[in-house]
Design a protein around this ligand. Structure first.
Ligand code: SF4
Length: 221
């Protein structure tokens, strides 16, 4: 178990790395909830920058999300990229839009902003494709709720950094991470986790050489 001083030092280093890469994101314009949900799906398949570009490409290529919903995934993928991740992304996006339509009879989640955070999370989690951490991403990045999403990848990275005692994405670990970091930096931290925890700090072979945290990481190889 790390001393409090060492814990704070590592949390500060992580926050600085996140802010250096993504900025403080204080004045960012929040996206509509459905756009953010789709973007969050893309974040876990491609880099944050590439995912953001893919969202713009989809919006340019289709009239609206309903047109994406009724399109073949191969057509949706072709609008984004010829890379293999694009087909998986298109599959998930089309499937997600079908779930939204089936549950709410529309391809729009703007009603979430009229609900309490708990109600909005519950609506999002009613969609079979949306686990808790994805719902929390929408709460944080679209609805401005101060929550720090805790995915399996971010819990694993924080465990390797010594900030958690185990690598499980439990509610207890999520709350511990929320109390470790300053909430004004949650958006930048979350994007950092999407890029580095998902893609570098992998289960079997973490790519520590490319990780900006390697000097402060007890799990670095
Ligand atoms: S140094 Fe390696 S183990 Fe540590 S956080 Fe980075 S990728 Fe993960």
């Amino acid at each position: 178990m790390l001393s409090r001083k060492e814990r704070n030092k590592r949390a500060t280093k992580l926050t600085r790395s996140a802010v250096k890469r993504y900025g403080e994101l204080k004045n960012r314009k929040a996206r509509p909830a459905l756009n953010q949900l789709i973007l969050s799906v893309l974040y876990h398949l491609a880099s944050v920058r590439r995912a953001t570009r893919a969202l713009s490409e989809l919006k340019r290529a289709f009239v609206d999300w309903n047109e994406v919903r009724v399109s073949h995934p191969a057509e949706v993928a072709a609008a984004v990229s010829s890379a293999p991740w694009a087909l998986e992304a298109a599959d998930r996006v089309v499937w997600l839009l079908k779930e939204v339509y089936e549950l709410y009879n529309r391809t729009d989640l703007s009603f979430l902003s009229d609900l309490t955070p708990t109600q909005a999370r519950s609506c999002l989690e009613s969609l079979p494709m949306v686990p808790r951490h994805l719902a929390d991403e929408v709460l944080l990045l679209s609805l401005g709720v101060p929550v720090l999403p805790c995915s399996a990848a971010s819990a694993r990275m924080c465990y390797r950094l010594g900030l958690l005692e185990n690598r499980r994405p439990t509610l207890k670990n999520k709350r511990l991470l929320e109390s470790t970091f300053d909430e004004e930096y949650y958006p930048a931290l979350h994007l950092f986790f999407c890029d580095y925890a998902d893609k570098l700090c992998t289960t079997d072979e973490p790519l520590c050489r490319e990780c900006p945290l390697k000097r402060n990481c007890q799990g670095a190889k």
